[in-house]
Write a protein that binds this ligand. Structure first.
Ligand SMILES: Cc1cc2nc3c(=O)[nH]c(=O)nc-3n(C[C@H](O)[C@H](O)[C@H](O)COP(=O)(O)OP(=O)(O)OC[C@H]3O[C@@H](n4cnc5c(N)ncnc54)[C@H](O)[C@@H]3O)c2cc1C
Length: 402
């Protein structure tokens, strides 16, 4: 027995699930679409706990999904914000090399950005860097004009409003607890009843691997939660940062290193770091979920990753536990910043897919299984790229037709 029948059900009311729902309701107005979210509102996890940066696409391997979808996605996000009156700013950013060994990596980034189709990239020396960011210091900096900021929680609310306007339904407080696949339909059990659907899209973020198993599939990777912790610059010192100041990232690691972000509200924060969380929704150091933690410990890839990245992991933990160490990392780019300028800010938890061989999945990953599509790895820049991710995947999803 089910309460209702749908053509498409989407699990997850984050920016990716909502973007899929928006794309489908716009393109196929006759399809009955239901989006299920376990929290009592949208954007309660990654999509509402991020840096709010509209990434340019400079970091990603040319030809990768991230590179293709981020560059076009950034333009689409700016256009969406403009069209719907969502606060945003194309403020540009600087990536600052502070050690001689970072200089070739900065040049590589510049070449990568050009290969990805970015325009206006410029390598500048310390004087010109100071004209752009008067308090920043470095040997050389790469200026990326197309980077910007917005508020992805507001973007999600607008997506949800438009989905409803196009005839779709967003149902909150509806945690999915079971999935049954029959020959002609898929039954999705939730805290608010059971629903039947012809096709299902799993956009459950930190739980996407568990939903995949619930649907009877065997995900090739496991989601590992990495908490990102922020400090806020006190308002009196927010003038130290005009826009976005980033370090040169470590190419062996998928995270960008602690940086400064002037949010669209004017608040400036520093972070996020990347420490392993002991719970998938572990926003605080003390949040521990035994199921999540033991599942990670028994996954062979976890120990291989630990062996491969232990140095980096220790450095991240040290910076998490020691404010002076966190501040020292920031002072490389902004020497005037002091411990007393920073107060603890928020945090977010990234869903990062990990393979059994210990490698972190680098690119976006979408895994079709009959009439089910699992969105298994959509870390940053997926908020930026959400509109183009949805468009590109719906373009190829043969099972979605009227
Ligand atoms: C600290 C941090 C900083 C970041 N900075 C940026 C940035 O500046 N720019 C950028 O582009 N990207 C950034 N990202 C990445 C970006 O936020 C994510 O890629 C994006 O939000 C992923 O969206 P999502 O919809 O897949 O996941 P989520 O937003 O996590 O949504 C998944 C949803 O599924 C729901 N769900 C889970 N299980 C169930 C269930 N059983 N039943 C029903 N619902 C369920 C959850 O409640 C959740 O709402 C950052 C991420 C973090 C954590």
């Amino acid at each position: 027995m089910t309460d209702s029948r749908y053509n498409v059900i989407i699990i997850g009311g984050g920016v990716v699930g909502l973007a899929f729902a928006l794309e489908i309701t716009r393109r196929f107005p006759r399809l009955r679409l239901l989006l299920l979210e376990k929290e009592d509102g949208v954007a309660r996890h990654q999509s509402g706990h991020n840096s709010g940066v509209i990434h340019s696409g400079i970091y990603y391997k040319p030809g990768s999904l991230k590179a293709r979808l981020c560059v076009s996605g950034a333009a689409a996000m700016v256009e969406f914000c403009r069209e719907h009156g969502i606060p945003h700013s194309v403020c540009g950013k600087v990536i600052v090399a502070t050690h001689p060994e970072e200089l070739p990596r900065l040049e590589d980034l510049s070449r990568r950005g050009e290969a990805n189709g970015l325009v206006g990239l410029r390598l500048v020396g310390p004087e010109e860097l100071r004209e752009i960011e008067p308090h920043a210091s470095g040997l050389q900096a790469l200026v990326v004009p197309s980077a910007g900021t917005t508020d992805y929680a507001l973007v999600c609310e607008k997506y949800a409003e438009l989905i409803a306007a196009h005839g779709g339904t967003v149902l909150t407080s509806a945690a999915v607890t079971g999935i049954r696949r029959d020959p002609n339909e898929i039954i999705v059990e939730t805290a608010r009843g059971a629903f039947s659907t012809a096709s299902l899209i799993n956009c459950a973020g930190l739980f996407s691997d568990r939903i995949s198993r619930m649907a009877g599939d065997k995900p090739s990777a496991m989601i590992v939660p990495f908490r990102g912790e922020y400090y806020d610059l006190i308002p009196e010192r927010a003038s130290l940062v005009r826009a976005l100041i980033y370090p040169v990232p470590d190419p062996r690691f998928p995270f960008l290193g602690v940086h400064f972000t002037r949010r669209i509200t004017g608040k400036v924060d520093a972070g996020p770091n990347a420490v392993l969380a002991f719970a998938r929704e572990g926003y605080r150091l003390t949040d521990v979920n035994l199921r999540d933690f033991t599942a990670a410990l028994v996954f062979p890839g976890f120990w291989r990753m630990a062996f491969r990245h232990w140095r980096n992991a220790c450095a991240e933990w040290y910076r998490s536990l020691s404010k002076p160490a966190f501040v020292r990392a920031l002072q490389r780019m902004l020497p005037e910043v002091r411990e007393s300028d920073l107060i603890p800010g928020g945090s977010g938890v990234r869903a990062q897919a990990l393979k059994p061989d210990g490698a972190l999945v680098d690119d976006f990953q979408f895994v079709p299984s009959g009439k089910v599509l699992h969105v298994l790895n959509v870390p940053s820049p997926a908020a930026t790229a959400s509109l183009t991710i949805a468009k590109a995947i719906v373009d190829t999803a043969a099972f979605l037709s009227e």
